[in-house]
Design a protein around this ligand. Structure first.
Ligand code: MG
Length: 384
């Protein structure tokens, strides 16, 4: 495999640091050309030194001086702001762009990478939720490629490698059920952010961990799968699988189901996206089936986890509805993390924002930004 030059957008977050851990194990295969972070100047500078990174971008311009100071006597070039990031990801020195930013903020740099025809290893699902039609159209128009990093979508992608051109009948998207899977509605209603942040299986960032507790994450993954694999939402079946060993499954016309399994560790889908089609070691645990004993499955409970229902409604409605759902959810989750609202206020705000949406059937990029800003304002109003 020829050495691949990587850009990591959001290098200080959970996916970013795990990506660097994979790179650390294979310095002969990968070179880090560009890293970016929103605020964490200290870690960003430390990463730039360890991986001898050429270009370092701090998105929050107020932290620019801190990064410059920390990298004063190094060879790394330091830049500030999302505009710098968008132009740097297009550069010839970048082969693969890892999209690991949180939320809607990942949209612009992802589109920039796709317009430049790059391979995008996409972890930032909100980009596809907010603007799936636009993002996939941009990908096709510029001959770019999106490789999924989300574990479920990496699993589906891997299952499809065995499809031999046969059409998919159904996708079975597995869900851990999150930390509140066995809690009653009353218990969940009183849950604090600290309870939600104790995810049983996966090591993830705060935003996606809360989304996992409300099952908004699974709802967003349905939308993500719809765009990545061009399947109708009705053909996507969510099944709760508490052990998180089967990462998802694909069903064919003859009833045959192909599944992808592994110990839950994000370095596995990250490694596969970076080295595709080759497979590399990533330092994860291997499955021991005898010790595992059994795997279990159950249907998701839409009454305790209304966000999952809202995601299906949004994608069925189409247009800018998923963008609105994402915008409302970002604001609501931030407020929940700060202790300003209760657990079920998140889905209540999401539902309200979806119902009051100024609908656009074929939103342009401008419409998407407008919807995002407008709905965020409405959601803010629900909190205060
Ligand atoms: Mg996932």
């Amino acid at each position: 495999m020829k050495k691949r030059k990587i850009a990591i957008l959001g290098s200080t977050g959970s996916i970013g640091t795990q990506t660097l851990d994979v790179v650390r194990q294979h310095r002969d295969l990968f070179e880090v050309e560009l890293i970016s972070a929103n605020n964490n100047a200290e870690l960003l500078a430390a990463q730039a030194r360890e991986f001898d990174v050429n270009n370092v971008v701090i998105c929050n311009e107020a932290r620019y001086e801190a990064v410059c100071e920390a990298l004063r006597d190094s060879d790394s070039k330091v830049w500030a702001g999302v505009d710098s990031l968008c132009s740097l990801v297009r550069g010839d020195g970048v082969d693969i762009v890892v999209g690991a930013m949180v939320g809607f903020s990942g949209l612009r740099p992802t589109l920039a990478a796709l317009e430049a025809g790059k391979i995008v290893a996409l972890a930032n699902k909100e980009t596809l939720v907010a603007a799936g039609a636009l993002v996939t159209r941009t990908m096709r128009e510029h001959g770019a490629v999106i490789l999924p990093v989300d574990s479920e979508h990496s699993a589906i992608f891997q299952c499809l490698l065995g499809a031999q051109g046969n059409t998919v009948e159904k996708i079975h998207l597995t869900a851990s059920g999150g930390p509140f899977r066995t809690w009653s509605r009353t218990q969940i209603a009183a849950a604090k952010a600290g309870d939600a942040l104790k995810h049983p299986n996966w090591d993830m960032g705060a935003k996606v961990t809360i989304d996992s507790a409300t099952m908004m994450n699974k709802g967003f993954e349905v939308i993500e799968a719809r765009w990545l694999f061009d399947v109708a939402p009705k053909d996507i079946n969510v099944v709760v699988h508490p052990e998180s060993i089967i990462h998802s499954m694909v069903e064919f016309t003859d009833g045959a189901v192909i599944a992808q399994l592994g110990c839950p560790d994000m370095r596995e889908p990250i490694g596969f996206a970076l080295s595709f089609p080759a497979r590399i070691t990533v330092g994860n645990r291997k499955l021991d089936f005898a010790q595992l004993g059994s795997l279990s499955f159950e249907a998701p409970d839409l009454s305790r986890f209304p966000n999952l229902r809202l995601a299906f409604e949004a994608i069925e409605r189409g247009g800018n509805a998923p963008c609105a759902l994402n915008a409302a959810n970002e604001v609501a989750v931030a407020a929940y993390l700060k202790g300003q609202i209760g657990f079920y206020d998140i889905s209540r705000i999401n539902e309200k924002c979806l119902a009051g949406l100024n609908f656009a059937a074929n939103p342009s990029l401008e419409d998407i930004f407008e919807t995002n800003a407008e709905v965020a304002k409405i959601a803010d109003g629900c909190i205060n």
